[in-house]
Write a protein that binds this ligand. Structure first.
Ligand code: NAP
Length: 252
């Protein structure tokens, strides 16, 4: 019986590549997101390899999350690995000019969404005394940077929650860990800058950022360690990055 992994935010970027990596490792998958078409494409590309079930829901909608999880067919109802990946930055600006809708979205998505999924799935892991939760944090959960205020706060919350979850779930033999990437070229900056692709591209000008696949492969490594080994906290940076806002760019 293959192990089952549930990945949030699997329609794009790190989550999409993580689905492919975990399929290669033999997991059957539950892939989640709002963009059903993207999830269907991913399902079609993987289903010769492993069974893939799609859950379409907005993770900020508590009721929708519960309904989706309760709809899982029996074959997918035991979740061995939860990858709390869905998340985004919305906007980049000083605190006194912040957009309240962006703030609500980041708090609801990056913190509350992760909590909703964890609260629904952790009890079955506790009952079985086994399981693994990997939270996708960020370098923004380790440092703060100018104009990053609420995004950084939301990722610091992920950092605190990962450490808390590790302690709370320790008596039950459940692994909990975080991967905290630096700059990864995905749709992240396009979302942050509200569809402004030109501005998003500039973020990576003159440097080689991580790819989503780079991050996914490390998640795959975390997921394939022996039962007694847990990576609890890991920061993954492109070589060109020294800290959240310290980057080496090639100037032509
Ligand atoms: P991405 O390409 O924009 O992917 C974000 C994913 O989150 C998408 O699959 C999206 O799916 C999902 N999502 C967003 N809002 C959602 C909602 N309301 N309900 C359900 N799903 C939602 O960005 P990414 O870089 O892969 O980001 C993945 C994680 O890595 C995030 O937690 C991010 O904070 C973290 N991270 C990224 C970077 C970076 O530089 N890229 C660095 C550090 C950490 P739908 O739109 O289909 O719902």
């Amino acid at each position: 019986m293959p192990k089952t992994a549930l990945i949030t935010g699997a329609s794009s970027g790190i989550g999409y590549e993580t689905a492919k990596t975990l399929a290669n490792l033999g997991f059957q998958l539950i892939i989640c997101g709002r963009r059903e078409e993207r999830l269907k494409e991913l399902q079609a590309s993987l289903q010769l390899q492993t069974p893939v079930h799609i859950l379409v829901f907005d993770i900020t909608d508590r009721q929708a999350v519960t309904l989706a999880l309760n709809s899982l067919p029996t074959a997918f109802s035991q979740i061995d690995l939860l990858v709390n990946n869905a998340g985004n930055a919305h906007g980049l600006g000083p605190i006194h000019e912040g957009n309240l809708d962006d703030w609500d979205t980041m708090i609801d998505l990056n913190i509350k969404g992760l909590l909703y999924l964890t609260r629904l799935i952790a009890p079955q892991m506790v009952a079985r005394k086994s399981g693994h939760i990997i939270n996708v944090g960020s370098i923004a959960g380790k440092e703060v940077y100018a104009n990053g205020n609420v995004y950084c706060a939301s990722k610091h919350a992920v950092d605190a929650l990962t450490r808390s979850m590790l302690i709370d779930l320790n008596p039950f033999g459940i692994k909990v860990g975080a991967i905290n990437p630096g700059m990864v070229e995905t749709e992240f900056s396009i979302v942050r800058f509200k569809g402004d692709e030109e501005r998003a591209k500039k973020v990576y000008d003159g440097l080689q950022p991580l790819t989503a696949k780079d991050v996914a492969e490390v998640i795959g490594f975390m997921a394939s360690l022996p039962p007694h080994v847990n990576i609890s906290d890991l920061t993954l940076l492109p070589t060109a990055q020294g800290a959240a806002t310290v980057v080496k760019r090639q100037i032509d």
